[in-house]
Design a protein around this ligand. Structure first.
Ligand SMILES: *Cc1c(COP(=O)(O)O)cnc(C)c1O
Length: 374
């Protein structure tokens, strides 16, 4: 099987993103909600998980809202023409930022009470919706049980004075990928917000996949990683879940060499040839964002065939086994992850998760966007 090259003539490396894959994945995740009227915040923090917000926005058009990390990113998203709701994860970063809420349809996640105080002092504009974040079982920001009610009371007074438009309740689970991962966390959250009015937003990708009935009972769900075609569930790839990878990373063979039996490869000789073998040098290294911790055996695809990394990636180069691919020649495209090779599998060999790999590509990697979604 030969592979389509994504490389231009003078490329050593290139990432290709596919907005149509994102649109497909969004539709798949919506299907998982069944008849539930729950709306979807398409999570696009970290520049759409490293794909580039501008580059995948065409694939997110059917989302009910888009979430980003900062107000600056929200402004960028408006600049790209997105008119729908925007959820800002970081809420407000400073008091002066509260004077810059010159955007309709803005939703802020509020994680501490100073952010509410900043809103009371803000120059009035289009009042935002605030989502109070419950600390839950992640405790990475948000209010514990006692503080949650206090924050809600404070928010009610802002609502009365029309500083804000609505108050929502937001929770994020620490262990949604486990089948028993959210029952207790969900019960605590429901107890914390008992009797308080307002819409509820809970489920990330893993919660939507593993706990569909809980996800369907909330007003807004927040899938992220699945929209980019990646499985959050251990032992399954996006393809297994009916998703399509949204990014392919390709470099090329720079050289083909013989490595003599007993010869070592790279810094500190991380790999020693057990017998004479043919190896390839590939124009990709950790300075591009490829994980330096990837181990010998990490899969790599050459012209559609899977082979393996040898030794440790260096700054600009990595070595692969070409023993069974004698026909490979300098210039041949090499896929590091993407359509022929799930990024989840690569992550597993590098003792990390796919989201880290996708968001870690450096500015040295140019991008191509596949033709629009129609
Ligand atoms: C990142 C994030 C999500 C999306 O999580 P995925 O696991 O990528 O689906 C949802 N909610 C919050 C608060 C997040 O930070």
């Amino acid at each position: 099987m030969s592979t389509h090259s994504l490389l231009q003539d003078s490329d050593r490396i290139r990432a290709c993103v596919d907005p149509a894959a994102v649109a497909h994945n969004l539709a798949q995740m919506r299907k998982r909600l069944g008849p539930s009227p729950a709306r979807i915040w398409a999570t696009a923090k970290a520049d759409a998980y490293g794909h580039g917000l501008a580059q995948v926005l065409a694939g997110l058009r059917q989302a009910d809202g888009i979430s980003v990390e900062t107000l600056a990113e929200a402004r960028q998203l408006r600049g790209l023409g997105w008119q729908g709701p925007i959820l800002v994860h970081a809420g407000l970063l400073s008091r002066p930022e509260a004077d810059t809420l010159d955007m309709p349809n803005l939703h802020l996640i509020i994680s501490q009470v100073d952010q509410l105080e900043w809103l009371t002092q803000a120059r009035p504009f289009a009042p935002p919706t605030v989502w109070l974040r419950y600390a839950g079982d992640t405790r990475m920001g948000g209010f514990d049980d006692v503080r949650y009610r206090r924050a809600y009371m404070r928010a009610l007074s802002l609502l009365a004075r029309k500083h804000i438009r609505c108050i929502g309740h937001l929770n994020h689970y620490a262990g949604a990928e486990r089948t028993d991962g959210i029952q207790e966390a969900d019960a605590r959250f429901r107890h914390a917000i008992a009797g308080l009015e307002g819409p509820i937003s809970c489920a990330n990708s893993a919660a939507m996949l593993q706990h569909p009935s809980q996800a369907a009972r909330t007003n807004w769900v927040r899938p992220g990683i699945t929209l980019y075609g990646v499985s959050p569930l251990h032992g399954l790839t996006g393809l297994d879940l009916g998703l399509r990878p949204a990014m392919t990373l390709q470099a090329r063979l720079a050289d083909v060499q013989l490595l003599e039996a007993g010869a070592s490869l790279g810094y500190s000789g991380a790999f020693v040839a057990p017998h004479t073998m043919t190896i390839g040098l590939v124009t990709c290294g950790y300075a591009d964002g490829y994980p330096r911790h990837a181990q010998t055996g990490t899969p790599v695809a050459v012209a559609g065939r899977i082979t393996r990394l040898l030794g440790r990636p260096s700054m600009n180069m990595l070595a692969i086994d070409l023993s069974d691919m004698q026909d490979a020649r300098p210039g041949t495209p090499v896929t590091l992850w993407g359509k022929e090779l799930p990024v989840e599998t690569v992550a597993l060999h590098a003792a990390t998760i796919a989201a880290e790999l996708l968001t870690a590509l450096t500015a040295r990697v140019p991008f191509t966007v596949l033709a629009d979604v129609g």
